[in-house]
Design a binder for this molecule. Sequence first.
Ligand SMILES: [Zn+2]
Ligand SMILES: [Zn+2]
Length: 317
Amino acid sequence: MQLQFLGTGAGMPSKERNTSALALKLLEERGTIWLFDCGEATQHQILYTTIRPRKIEKIFITHLHGDHIFGLPGFLSSRSFLGGEDTLTIYGPKGLKEWITASLQVSKTHLKYTIEYVEVQEGVVFEDDDFIVESRLLEHVIPCYGYRIQQKALQGELLIDKALELGVPKGPLLGKLKNGEDITLENGQKVFSKDVTASPKEGFILAVLGDTKYCETAKILSENADIVIHEATFDHKTEHLAASYGHSTNIEAAKIAKEANAKNLILNHISARFLTHDLEVLLNEAREVFFDSFIANDFSQFEWKNNKLIAVEDTNY
Ligand SMILES: [Zn+2]
Ligand SMILES: [Zn+2]
């Protein structure tokens, strides 16, 4: 799994940061990409990456502020031009479907694929054999949902040598054992799946929080998460503004990660008031509270590998 930030700014685009969008690349896990929020010009940002719009299978919208949705009509249209034919599912608060439909209708945009809309409420918004996504209402100036994405435990690998040793012939019986089935060999000997497979591997837990002030729900969504992505629109000097604008400081974000017993924190949604040289200060302040903190810039990429979060330095994405 990889994460790539396409926009990490707050409110308005600046030269340094575009508005919110984050790609969760699940290319190995399911051959697709999920997008979280789609601020204006997200499709322009995508042009600088290897992301193919038709690979985007789902878009999760946290809330209806422009800096999180104004990129949708353009992106949806380009996805069609670029050969996207698979159904796209869009999850978001009430009103999103009406806004998208009106934008597409007024501009006479006809898509070559179907959009499925899921109006998000608190609870499970998506579940299949591999993933479960849950949403909860955060505390912002309009309804804003945070998402908790959990990858289900992965089937343990088949220990081929062990199976062969027990006399299992090469072929479909190995597949059955791999899928958890016990088998009986021709000579009547039973072989148990658990004896020839490694123990299941835990999947990852990712919390993608939208705009929010410091709140209990952010903590619940982040509980024991491997990675928490939390906004940091303000810092301690502007703390008095944070709560009244429905936002958080870098330190509050770090407190959430710490109190939720999370493993890693990535700060995003950074105000344009902070210049490049302020970022190190923002990050260090967060690290004093929660050591495993990172700060995301546009195009920052992270990889989740062997239960570790690695910031990918290579800019060739
Ligand atoms: Zn915002
Ligand atoms: Zn907002």
